[in-house]
Design a protein around this ligand. Structure first.
Ligand code: CU
Length: 171
């Protein structure tokens, strides 16, 4: 057999191999029965190899709740990391005769607004009445930094410590 003939055979073998692999790949979509190799393939998306823990429910400030005169940035750093799909719970009393300085929850758009307590482009996620009872719940369901602040007294509460940021981690 000449050299050219051997190269031809090799090329044909490669082409046939690719074709066979290609057609088994076509069957890949049909599910595990038609999948010829011993992979434990299912039609589900990629699964994390570690068992997934149930997401947590975290009360902001713990027993201090969401109040004036508490350093939440420090609290958040101490209590990091926060995880994707964790639920943050903000507890604060609704306005009343005895509570004339109620709180709220805003999301600030970026670090610069956060540092300056600039509420101009902030989005209110909870008004002053939503922190009663079991509290206001916020799920960290996006992979992005979240900048939280109290929006009351035109940023004064924020400047006095009612702000923190979290970046959810993956387990
Ligand atoms: Cu406040």
């Amino acid at each position: 057999m000449g050299l050219i003939c051997k190269q031809w055979l090799l090329s044909i073998t490669i082409i046939v191999t690719l074709f066979v692999l290609g057609s088994s790949n076509a069957n890949f979509q049909k599910g595990p029965q038609s999948w010829k190799f011993e992979f434990n393939y299912t039609n589900e998306p990629f699964r994390h190899p570690k068992p997934i823990q149930s997401s947590r429910r975290i009360t902001i400030g713990e027993s201090d709740n969401w109040r004036f005169g508490f350093n939440y940035t420090e609290w958040a750093i101490t209590n990091a990391p926060f995880f994707f799909n964790d639920t943050l719970v903000f507890k604060f009393d609704p306005p009343s005769d005895t509570n004339i300085h109620p709180h709220s929850v805003y999301l600030l758009p970026n670090l610069w607004s956060f540092l300056r307590c600039d509420l101009r482009w902030a989005k209110r996620v909870a008004n002053t009445s939503q922190g009663g009872g079991e509290g206001f719940e916020f799920v960290l369901n996006k992979w992005k930094p979240y900048y939280f602040a109290c929006g009351e007294s035109n940023g004064f509460h924020c400047q006095s410590g009612m702000k923190f940021f979290v970046m959810p981690s993956f387990r």
